[in-house]
Design a binder for this molecule. Structure first.
Ligand code: ADP
Length: 319
């Protein structure tokens, strides 16, 4: 089964999605699908259309064209957004970028109120609350209000809340933005746990290490269009040379005009760092021994290199 290729069952299938603001196509003929068990990452520079896409999938913004269909239960019945918005939301798990926890309620009450909103019975929700709080490492905070929680705890409570209806598919908009490394790693671990349980995830992220760690497939957006799609490692192998040598330090820029250029397939400069992309770094590293004042970092090509190659190094206006 591979929903991404357009065959087999998909939990979410988006076809020909378009959204215009003024004269700009911020989402432009976008199609993708998520198969059961997949974690699909949507990456792209600021203003690429990631949030607008998620908002349309959630019925928070109306598409100008296109089709959004969900199949979220065993019956195989298809639900369409926005026509079936309420039924879809009752079966989805959503964590938005903004904190939408109710400040007047405790952690446990936040879960209860959220479940009620989707028509769940109190008894059913109360039964789930202890395991959800435990999953979020918040058992000891059951009676605390959101204001008493750290940023990481709030985000984990939002994740626990998104799980109250035991959804098969979670839509997460930048789930770790603003978190410190410890809180981010804990969040990754929890998301991995959900994937192991068989849940599916659509997430947007600015963190390439997050995308590489969690996502089985990636969608790269730029200017509202899909510019690449595939497994992280396959995309890297398809678009990049395997070896990268970063050279930095005062005077590194002069390497751009040096014969060393010929030892790499591609050379780029960003500030005072020069990036050599090569099939094999040996000859280049040997030659760099003649430049002892410069520092070098030899590493495999990664998703950040791919992202910069596909979307460029220039800062976007929205950034
Ligand atoms: P991303 O999440 O990838 O950073 P967004 O989906 O937030 O991108 O935005 C895509 C583009 O649409 C941006 O240029 C943004 O300024 C524009 N945009 C988003 N929402 C609105 C809106 N409500 N009105 C006008 N322009 C918008």
């Amino acid at each position: 089964m591979n929903a991404g290729d357009g065959t087999g069952a998909a939990l979410l299938r988006v076809q020909g999605l378009c959204k215009r603001y003024g004269d700009t196509n911020v989402v432009d003929d976008l199609s993708f699908a998520i198969a059961p068990g997949e974690c699909l990452g949507v990456i792209g520079p600021n203003g690429a259309g990631k949030t607008t896409t998620i908002r349309m999938c959630l019925g928070l913004s109306a598409p100008d064209a296109g089709d959004i269909r969900y199949a979220l239960d065993d019956t195989g019945s298809t639900l369409r957004m926005p026509q079936d918005a309420m039924a879809i939301k009752a079966r989805l798990g959503v964590v938005s970028q903004l904190d939408t926890l109710d400040p007047d309620f405790s952690c446990a009450e936040n879960l209860l109120v959220y479940g009620r909103y989707f028509g769940m019975r109190d008894g059913q929700i109360r039964q789930r609350i202890p395991e959800l709080l435990e999953f979020a490492s918040l058992s000891s905070k059951s009676a605390s209000r959101p204001a008493e929680l750290s940023g990481g705890m709030k985000r984990r409570l939002s994740l626990a809340r998104a799980l109250v209806n035991d959804p098969r598919l979670l839509l997460l908009d930048e789930p770790t933005t603003g978190l410190d490394p410890q809180a981010r790693h804990l969040m990754w671990e929890r998301l991995q746990q959900l994937l192991l349980q068989g849940k599916s995830i659509l997430l947007t992220t600015h963190f390439m290490d997050e995308a590489e760690r969690l996502c089985s497939r990636l969608l790269v957006l730029d200017h509202g269009r899909k510019i690449a799609e595939g497994r992280p490692r396959e995309l890297i192998a398809r678009h990049l040379e395997p070896d990268v040598v970063e050279v930095y330090g005062v005077g590194a820029g002069a390497l751009m005009e040096s014969p060393l250029r010929a030892l790499a397939a591609r050379v780029e400069r960003s500030g005072e760092t020069v990036f050599f992309y090569t099939q094999s770094a040996k000859a280049l590293l040997d030659a760099l021994a003649a430049w002892p004042q410069l520092r070098t970092l030899h590493r495999p090509a990664n998703l950040e290199d791919l992202f910069l190659k596909l979307t460029g190094r220039q800062i976007r206006e929205d950034a």
